[in-house]
Design a protein around this ligand. Sequence first.
Ligand SMILES: *Cc1c(COP(=O)(O)O)cnc(C)c1O
Length: 229
Amino acid sequence: MAVVDNIRQIREIMAEAAGRSHRSPTAVRLMAVTKTVHDDRIAEAVQAGVDIIGENYVQEAKRKLETMGKPGEWHMIGRLQTNKAKYAVRLFDMIQSVDRMELAVEIDRHARAAGLVMKVLIEVNVAGEETKSGVPITEAFKLIRAVAPLPNLSIQGLMTMPPWFDDPEEARPFFRALRELRDRIETERIPRVEMQELSMGMSGDYAVAIEEGATIVRIGRGIFGDRHP
Ligand SMILES: *Cc1c(COP(=O)(O)O)cnc(C)c1O
């Protein structure tokens, strides 16, 4: 199916799920995840109204931005090496994958040099999977308290990637755990910490994520079809 048709169908499912969680359809934004996707297909998604692009790799994003200009917002969602923070700060509008102090310090330092305040999400490894990035849920408070005072970085919320299941219902407890963590952090009213964004839900499980409170869903294959690296 064409990119535009996929997006139309996804938006319908998103609106229904938002309704089930008693929220407006405009409370949830669609990110197109574009790793390995060609520029012309990305342009089709932008044409269809997608205004957030998610990239996993600094190099790939840099090349695409050079040829495409910058339609909409670009968010970094992949594991970020500390020594690439400098480039990430120049390229992206938000870094969703901050999961350690060392990385936050580098982002802050380069954001200061560039004269900007970088929006970030704290990536949480809710299931404690060893192969995945993200701060363990038990360490999240400590990390957020440590990162919060960095002046050129602004925490906007949380991001997670739960384990993969055939049945998306099995991912629900992990989405719920992230929302509950968000609620607990909000109650603490830590200075400079905003908790308006919950980035969770991918092609297979975004409806469940929205029911549990997602504000950004990150969809690749559902928009562009299977990836051919
Ligand atoms: C690839 C990726 C996605 C999108 O996954 P799909 O299954 O293609 O929708 C979302 N989030 C992250 C962090 C990813 O790396």
